[in-house]
Design a protein around this ligand. Structure first.
Ligand code: NAG
Ligand code: NAG
Ligand code: NAG
Length: 493
């Protein structure tokens, strides 16, 4: 800002005072042989010329991760003293400064060593402001492209340190002594970037000798320390990914009979794939390191694929029946008992129901057998008995039965005693009994089938629940690991 104001002021002064005096001054300064722009402007040739150097960062235009190039808008600030360009202002109508085209006087050949521009020097050759005491101020602006080793392993939580090395290309330390004016770059005019936060811009002065030449060369290196603003990525990459992956968890809570389990899983997988295609475009395409978010997405993708696999297993279990599959012991004990305990699942009143039914069947089957046995042995006896009864109608029925016979005959036989009078009704009874036996058997078998089906269904539920737990832990864990391991997310230093 100060420089700008000074320039404007000087411009104003120049307008008011320009005229023949400036022409006379220029003629004097650049008279034949008086000034040679090839000459390094030092009074004593053995002494190095002191050149003060500083840098103003205007804007970070782009960080090209793929090509490892950072594009910036910079102003260089170069000051030196040219002993040839000294005059007494009073002699020249108080002219205290001149603006001279950069091509007309000597200037230091300061270049950006790590420039990635097509024409290495990206500066615009602006005029040089020369003061009456010989001080030259040259502020060439430029759009610089510089190489920068970009490390994306923590993308999008990454910091980048981009070096910018400036120095005289040909003059060694005995020719030009570069002095660093301020140990930080000037960022007072910095236009904040939407994508990057500027953390700092430290500078250092280095003296190095290169393979080519034994002399020592001085360079000034600025480091642009920037940090990616991950809010954009959090909103556009991470939150949608978490949401989609939690949809994948829903597949494990959907009942298998709804018939949508697989389609939900596959839909989630598909949407994640489509989403990943978008993500891949935003991610820097380098193979140096796998970015943090890349591994996160790979993990989530793997989880979604596995969830589809697990859902298929669950459905397979769910639809098994005793007709096609016996239940192996490892499923009965490993899954239905042990795993069910692990995932804290229990079938409501399962044990009591099972016990009740077992007891019931045991009793009924015993009773039935009993009836049949009795039938076989007693039928003849009964027929005789009833015939006898009919012949002795006058005596009461109860009196005709000996206690042993009463004990032997069953309730059924009691009630239907008169129908046993003929062999026809007796056969009818037998066939009814058979039918009954068949029906009971069928019901019992159905019950057992149903039990086994339910066992399989329960096994499916257990696996479902186990998957729900595992995948929930995985999703939460991986998300937490990503956020906790990333630098500058939890602790902003
Ligand atoms: C360069 O900077 C030093 C102090 O850092 C100052 O004394 C000197 O005058 C400056 N030279 C020019 C030409 O501005
Ligand atoms: C130059 O400036 C001095 C004081 O700054 C003043 O006395 C003198 O009159 C000025 N000369 C011209 C020609 O304006
Ligand atoms: C260096 O720059 C900072 C910030 O621009 C400024 O506050 C400080 O005074 C400067 N130091 C010198 C020695 O110029």
């Amino acid at each position: 800002m100060m420089i700008l104001i000074a320039l404007i002021l000087m411009l104003f002064m120049k307008e008011s005072q320009q005229g023949r005096e400036e022409k006379r001054l220029l003629n004097t300064l650049f008279a034949d042989g008086a000034y040679n722009k090839l000459e390094r402007p030092v009074a004593d040739d053995k002494e190095p010329l002191i050149v003060n150097f500083s840098l103003t960062l205007q804007q970070i235009i782009d960080v090209d991760e793929k090509n490892q190039i950072i594009h910036t808008n910079l102003w260089l600030n170069i000051k030196w003293n040219d002993y040839n360009l000294v005059w007494n202002p009073q002699e020249y109508d108080n002219i205290s400064s001149l603006r001279i085209s950069a091509n007309h006087i000597w200037r230091p050949d300061i270049l950006m060593y790590n420039s990635a521009d097509e024409d290495i020097d990206s500066t615009f050759p602006t005029n040089i402001v020369v003061s009456s005491n010989g001080n030259c101020l040259w502020v060439p602006p430029g759009m610089f492209a510089s190489t920068c080793k970009i490390d994306i392993s923590w993308f999008p939580f990454d910091d980048q340190r981009c070096k910018m090395k400036f120095g005289s290309w040909t003059y060694d330390s005995s020719g030009i002594n570069l002095i660093l004016q301020n140990d930080t770059g000037d960022v007072s005019n910095f236009i904040p970037s939407g994508e990057w936060d500027l953390i700092g811009m430290p500078a250092s002065r280095n003296v190095l000798s290169y393979d080519c030449c034994p002399e020592q060369y001085i360079d000034i290196t600025f480091v642009i320390h920037i940090r990616r603003r991950f809010l954009y990525y959090a909103f556009n990459l991470i939150i949608p990914c978490i949401l989609i992956s939690s949809m994948a968890l829903l597949t494990f809570t959907l009942p298998p009979d709804a018939g949508e389990k697989i389609s939900l899983g596959v839909t989630v997988l598909l949407s994640l794939t489509v989403f990943l295609l978008l993500v891949a475009e935003t991610m820097p395409p380098t193979a140096d390191a796998v970015p943090l978010i890349g591994s996160y997405f790979a993990g989530i993708m793997l989880m979604c694929s596995l969830s589809v696999v697990c859902t298929v297993l669950v459905l397979n279990f769910h639809h098994r029946s005793p007709d096609t599959h016996g239940m192996p012991n490892w499923v009965r004990i490993g899954v239905c008992q042990w795993l069910a305990k692990v995932v804290r699942m229990k079938r409501p009143n399962f044990e009591e129901k099972k016990h009740d039914r077992a007891v019931y069947y045991k009793n009924t089957s015993g009773k039935e057998r009993h009836i049949l046995e009795n039938n076989k042995t007693n039928l003849k006896e009964n027929i005789l008995l009833t015939n006898k009864l009919y012949s002795q109608r006058k005596t009461p029925i109860s009196a005709r039965f000996s206690p042993t016979t009463v004990r032997k005959t069953t309730l059924l036989q009691h009630e239907s005693i008169q129908f046993l009078a003929t062999t026809k009704s007796e056969q009818l009874l037998l066939s009814i009994l058979n039918e009954l036996k068949f029906a009971t058997n069928k019901i019992r078998n159905d019950d057992m089938r149903c039990d086994m089906c339910n066992d399989w269904k329960f096994a499916a539920m257990v696996v479902d629940r186990l998957c729900l737990w595992l995948f929930t832990v995985f999703t939460l864990g991986s998300t937490a690991i990503v956020f906790l391991s990333a630098p500058h997310v939890v602790k902003y230093d």
